[in-house]
Design a protein around this ligand. Structure first.
Ligand SMILES: *[C@@H]1O[C@H](CO)[C@@H](O)[C@H](O)[C@H]1NC(C)=O
Ligand SMILES: *[C@@H]1O[C@H](CO)[C@@H](O)[C@H](O)[C@H]1NC(C)=O
Ligand SMILES: *[C@@H]1O[C@H](CO)[C@@H](O)[C@H](O)[C@H]1NC(C)=O
Ligand SMILES: *[C@@H]1O[C@H](CO)[C@@H](O)[C@H](O)[C@H]1NC(C)=O
Ligand SMILES: *[C@@H]1O[C@H](CO)[C@@H](O)[C@H](O)[C@H]1NC(C)=O
Ligand SMILES: *[C@@H]1O[C@H](CO)[C@@H](O)[C@H](O)[C@H]1NC(C)=O
Length: 477
């Protein structure tokens, strides 16, 4: 190419105004996230001409995502220097999504017909892209286990641990009484079994759409066995080539314990450090923080956590499940974390059980197209209860079960699936309550997501409450 042709090209670009866009830069550091960084990314931009208060950076993972399939966004004006066309923002607590992150800078304001968030505020339309950052990945991304959480099994001398990796290759659990050195090969090792689900198993939008769907990785399930009662055990999960988790510890179950310490709540959700499709509750961070403080104060006393439905409020945005499990890991990796199903994990228009009185109760889209599948794979509760989804998706699990912890017999039910007299669930609850040994567990705590009795004047669930009272109350009196 001759020098004059080059000059001509340069002039053409200037005329089209493209040189200005090409000089705006966006950097994301560090390129590799490690635990000591608390998984925090710093975004810096410069040379943004004519900055406006609605310019924003959108967050992507994987980097091949289309512009409209962002995980969320941040307005540049939360940086004090935004009006100069340069600034920086910190983004803490980004979970490992088993794929790198990328950040893209766009000009506001939104164009025609923008999508709206749950408050009706416009979502960015991602139409004026100005700069793209390099990729940011977690150290050992996908290979090293993440999102550890414990649960009791049906056996008093066992403890189950679930965790997530990006591949389905062999992983195991190593464990031993705290204090015994792993190096001396005194720890036991058990294999962990992987399972997952696919996009086609989601039953609706946004769970099955490119905006909400992200591959969940592989959920590994390992059971530590033959534990001495009321004893602290250390454990870690992983493999030698992919890496191991940090070492965590828990107190094994003691069937003879004379007291029970339990944290009972529902509707927790998770907090995301950027705007996304929903409001995400910052209070959920304090809930986890205060439970952690109490657990630390309990020292060697065992406890159990009970989260009765409406768990991550992912509602089809897979990213929120990853945030949720990273958020609870500090408590759930050391204390059994028990759950039952809520409408926001399950309800979808063609859910199998929808009696006529429930027309206004099982409202169709509360699960965001997940139809119970992520809930069923990401947790593994005691018992065997399961129900077909009616599609080729994996069965819905973790519906009803019971366990003893200290002096309490805990029963969990599914308020989203059939509990009417004669149903499998009803028969299970009836037989379970008849078996309770009131000398061993004088207390019975019965839990489900929707209340059977309430002090609220909320009317929508009234028909559901009446059915619960009619069918289940006789089992308790
Ligand atoms: C950024 O701009 C938006 C829209 O004008 C405004 O609502 C918001 O308060 C601004 N934020 C800050 C931190 O100035
Ligand atoms: C998502 O599921 C709905 C309901 O089954 C279906 O109509 C739609 O085509 C699916 N979307 C995608 C992207 O698969
Ligand atoms: C160990 O982890 C790696 C992932 O980093 C995986 O590729 C491999 O299959 C796993 N199993 C074995 C036996 O190495
Ligand atoms: C239970 O209480 C009895 C009587 O107070 C006591 O002797 C026993 O050691 C307690 N057992 C446990 C496991 O704490
Ligand atoms: C689960 O099912 C298996 C096989 O059907 C059975 O052996 C086991 O006792 C069941 N467990 C519970 C807790 O019902
Ligand atoms: C009930 O529990 C008590 C106290 O642990 C025990 O002595 C008794 O054998 C149990 N009864 C049955 C029927 O298992």
């Amino acid at each position: 190419m001759s020098p004059s042709a080059l000059l001509f090209l340069l002039a053409a670009h200037l005329a089209a105004g493209e040189t200005t866009t090409s000089t705006t830069t966006l950097t994301a550091t560090p390129a590799t996230l490690t635990k000591p960084d608390h998984h925090a990314v710093t975004l810096q931009w410069s040379n943004l001409p004519d900055p406006g208060p609605l310019d924003y950076v959108a967050v992507y993972s994987p980097p091949t995502s289309g512009d409209l399939d962002y995980l969320g966004f941040l307005l540049l004006n939360s940086s004090a220097s935004w009006a100069t066309g340069a600034g920086s923002l910190a983004l803490p607590r980004l979970p490992d999504l088993r794929a790198p992150y990328q950040f893209r800078l766009f000009r506001g304001p939104p164009g025609q017909n923008p999508r709206v968030d749950q408050d009706g505020d416009p979502l960015p339309d991602a139409s004026h892209r100005t700069a793209v950052s390099g990729d940011v990945a977690h150290e050992g991304s996908g290979a090293r286990p993440a999102q550890l959480h414990l649960a009791f099994t049906d056996e008093a001398d066992e403890m189950r641990v679930l965790f997530v990796c990006g591949d389905g290759g062999t992983r195991s659990v190593r464990y031993g009484p705290a204090g015994r050195r792993e190096e001396e090969e005194e720890w036991e090792e058990v294999p962990a079994v992987a399972s997952t689900y696919e996009r086609r198993h989601m039953c609706g939008h946004p769970a099955n759409h490119s905006v909400g769907w992200r591959h969940p990785g592989f959920v590994f399930d390992g059971v530590m066995k033959a534990l001495q009662p009321g004893t602290r055990y250390s454990y870690k999960v992983g493999n030698d080539s992919g890496g191991w988790s940090e070492t965590h510890s828990f107190i094994s179950r003691d069937a003879e314990a004379n007291e029970t310490i339990a944290f009972l709540f529902g509707d927790l959700g998770t907090y995301v450090p950027h705007n996304t499709y929903f409001r995400t509750p910052q209070e959920s961070l304090s809930t986890v923080k205060w439970i952690l403080r109490d657990l630390q104060a309990l020292s060697d006393k065992p406890a159990i956590i009970s989260h009765i439905g409406d768990i991550s409020y992912a509602k089809g945005y897979a990213l929120l499940w990853d945030h949720f499990f990273e958020q609870i890991e500090p408590i759930a990796a050391s204390t059994p974390y028990h759950v039952c199903i809520g409408n926001h994990e399950y309800d979808w228009p063609s859910q199998p059980w929808k009696p006529s009185w429930a027309a206004n109760v099982y409202n169709g889209k509360d699960g965001g197209g997940e139809c119970g599948v992520p809930y069923s794979i990401k947790f593994r509760m005691p018992g065997n209860s399961s129900l077909p989804t009616g599609t080729d998706a994996p069965d819905t699990r973790n519906l009803y079960y019971s366990l003893d912890a200290g002096v309490v017999h805990f029963v969990y039910m599914s308020t989203e699936t059939d509990f009417i007299r004669g149903s499998d669930q009803y028969n299970y609850i009836k037989a379970d309550l008849e078996r309770v040994n009131r000398s061993r567990t004088p207390f019975v705590v019965f839990q489900g997501h929707r209340p059977m009795y309430t002090s609220s004047n909320e009317a929508k669930d009234a028909a559901h409450r009446e059915q619960m009272i009619q069918h289940l109350e006789p089992l308790f009196v």
